[in-house]
Structures are given as C-alpha cells and as structure tokens.
Design a protein around this ligand. Structure first.
Ligand code: NAD
Length: 324
C-alpha cells in the first residue's frame, strides 16, 4: 500500500483519476457534494466520509474542483480541521490542486497554507476525460522542487507527461493559456469548416487536408473527428469550464497590459455561446453556436445547402454554394 490520500471532487475528471490511485495501491478517501459520485467511488473500492473524519490520516489531499471559489472554500475547511485536530502522523500535509484555478488565488492560498505548515503544489492537467481514464494525463506542476519531488510518484499514477514548470501558480498559468489557445483553435476551425461547407466542401475532406497541413491543431486532429463530425458532442469538458479558463487567460492578458484584442474576442464568443446553449453543453457544441451566427449573416441556410439572403460577395467568382 502506498499510503492514505484524500481526493476532493469526484466529477468527470476526478472520479477516473481517483480510481487510478486505487489501481496504483493508494488507500483513497474521496469527498464530493454529489452522493452519486460517492456511490460510484465506493463501488470501485474507495473510502468515503466527511473530511474531518479522515483528514488526520492522509499524507496528501488532491483537489479536482470546478472553480477557484470552490477551491478557496475547501482550503478554508481543510485549514480549520488541521488546526482543530492534531494529525496522527506529524508529517506536513501536502495539498495538490489539480483543478484549473486562478493563478493569483493559488499564490495567495500558498501564503495562507504556509502559515499552517501545509505544503502546496498546483498541478492542473490536460488530456480530458479519456486520458484521465487511461491514466495518461499531461500534468504541469508549480511549486518548490522539493514539494514537486514529494508528489511526483502520486502524480505518476494519473499521468504520463509530468512537468515541473516553475514556482507555485506556474501550472495554473500555463493551463489557462493552453486552454485559451485550444479554445481559439476550436472556434477558428468551426468557422473555417462551416465556411468551406457553404462552398460545397464536405467537412471530413477539409479536416483530412488540415490534418496533413499547417492548419491542423488538437481541435482538427481529435475534437472534430471524435465529437463534432460524429455530432456526439460528448468530450466530457463543459462549455462553462472552458469559458472559465478563457476568462482567466483574458484577465491575465489585460492585467499584463498586453496590446491584443484576440483573447477578449474569443472570450466574448464563448460567453455568448454559453448564454445561448444549454447549461450542461459540452465545449465542442461551440460548433452549433457558430452555425447560428453564420446563419444570421446569411452565409448558410438551415439545410446547409444554398446561400440565403444577405450573403456578402467575397470579390471572387466563388460564392457559397457555387461548387455544388
Ligand atoms: P465536474 O463538474 O465534472 O466535477 C467537479 C466535481 O466537484 C463534481 O463532482 C462536483 O459535485 C464536485 N464539487 C463541487 N463543489 C464541491 C465541494 N464544495 N466539495 C466537494 N466536491 C465538490 O468537472 P470536471 O470536468 O471533472 O473538471 C474538474 C476540474 O478539472 C475543473 O477545474 C476543470 O476546469 C478541470 N479540467 C477539466 C477537464 C475535462 O475535460 N473535463 C480537462 C482538464 C481540466
């Protein structure tokens, strides 16, 4: 047995990650506000119970929560239980925040936790639900070299590419910017493929060519073939969560005084999409939102078959629908 670990947030990502810890012989205490998640975790061999019941028995606690606000609240709870109850093994507790949290909150939390002799590492992930299930996530960790070394083995039970990327908060910084890039590629690819479709080009042909050319990205190589062209829209990463990440990236650009309007534009589009689509929408459903505004501008009609009024002349002989 590799020791006792706490895991808070057994959602789409957290549940398979915690199950991989069980597979790697950790004794895991799971917590979530959703009873169904606890039932599933117990069925996989995990322990559940109130945080205050198991906190003194674990050497590390992993957080995989939806937002910085929730992470901040859970850390307050942890601090109150650590201070009110002696820990059985006198090792300093290690907290690893694997959620995509706001980097400045992470730095503040680190200062606060230090006062209670609690070690802190930010270790957000990329790879999505499939890699969480396979245990092949990419993990970008921020914190001291010692703290990183202490939790490297634990992280290795959930991921295969594990990077120490700098001081506390660096993982969360890279994660926010990575997801801004990913969201930008996805939005640009949805617009590009739908524009080509209006000229009669089948989306699968466009994607095949992009994937052998410089227009390729994670969106064209993975998200289009698996979730968009199949119309399954079930990547497991919600529109609300990617909107949170783009919002963080946009704020980071603004705070740094960078002279670019692209992050704001991308954020606005995802924000509009999240207002227009279901609350539970998958982030790949941005494709549906793109078709709604391309329609409004008159580039595509409902059946995607002919030009509707309002289409603009591009100045070439090719107009939407003219290849059909
Ligand atoms: P999710 O909404 O499926 O899971 C979050 C879980 O946290 C839920 O089970 C929820 O009940 C639980 N929770 C909420 N408040 C809680 C509280 N106070 N105490 C205990 N549990 C609480 O989200 P997810 O998709 O698993 O994402 C989790 C984190 O990972 C987010 O920060 C997200 O941005 C990030 N992330 C997600 C993906 C993905 O593909 N889904 C990929 C990379 C990173």
């Amino acid at each position: 047995m590799n020791g006792n670990v706490g895991f808070i947030g057994l959602g789409k990502m957290g549940l398979p990650m915690a199950k991989n810890l069980l597979r790697n012989h950790y004794n895991v205490f799971g917590a979530d506000v959703n009873e169904d998640a606890l039932i599933e975790f117990r069925a996989a061999g995990g322990n559940t119970g109130k945080l205050e019941e198991w906190i003194s028995d674990v050497h590390s606690i992993i957080l995989m929560l939806p937002s910085s606000a929730i992470v901040n609240k859970v850390l307050e709870d942890i601090i109150s239980y650590v201070t009110h109850r002696a820990r059985a093994n006198h090792e300093p507790l290690m907290i690893i925040d694997m959620s995509s949290s706001y980097p400045s909150d992470t730095r503040e939390n680190n200062k606060k936790l230090k006062q209670y002799h609690i070690n802190f590492v930010d270790a957000p992930v990329s790879g999505g639900v499939k890699k969480a299930v396979d245990g092949t996530l990419t993990i970008m960790a921020g914190g001291t070299a010692d703290h990183f070394q202490n939790c490297k083995r634990l992280l290795g039970s959930m991921g295969t590419n594990i990077f120490h990327v700098g001081p506390i908060g660096s993982g969360h910084l890279i994660k926010a910017i990575n997801n801004y890039l990913s969201a930008s590629h996805l939005l640009a690819s949805c617009e590009a493929v739908q524009l080509l479709e209006s000229f009669g080009v089948e989306p699968k042909h466009a994607i095949n060519v992009f994937n052998q050319s410089t227009g390729r990205s994670g969106s064209t190589e993975y998200k289009f073939p698996n979730f968009i062209l199949t119309e399954s829209y079930d990547s497991g990463f919600s529109l609300d969560l990617i909107k949170k990440d783009i919002g963080m990236a946009n704020q980071l650009f603004k705070d740094s005084g960078a002279a670019t309007s692209l992050p704001e534009m991308v954020y606005q589009k995802y924000n509009e999409a999240s207002n227009a689509l279901d609350k539970e929408a998958d982030h790949t459903e941005i494709n549906k939102f793109v078709s709604s505004y391309l329609l409004k501008r008159g580039i595509l009609n409902e059946e995607n078959e002919k030009i509707v009024a309002g289409s603009t002349d591009s100045g070439t002989n090719l107009r939407p629908g003219s290849l059909r």
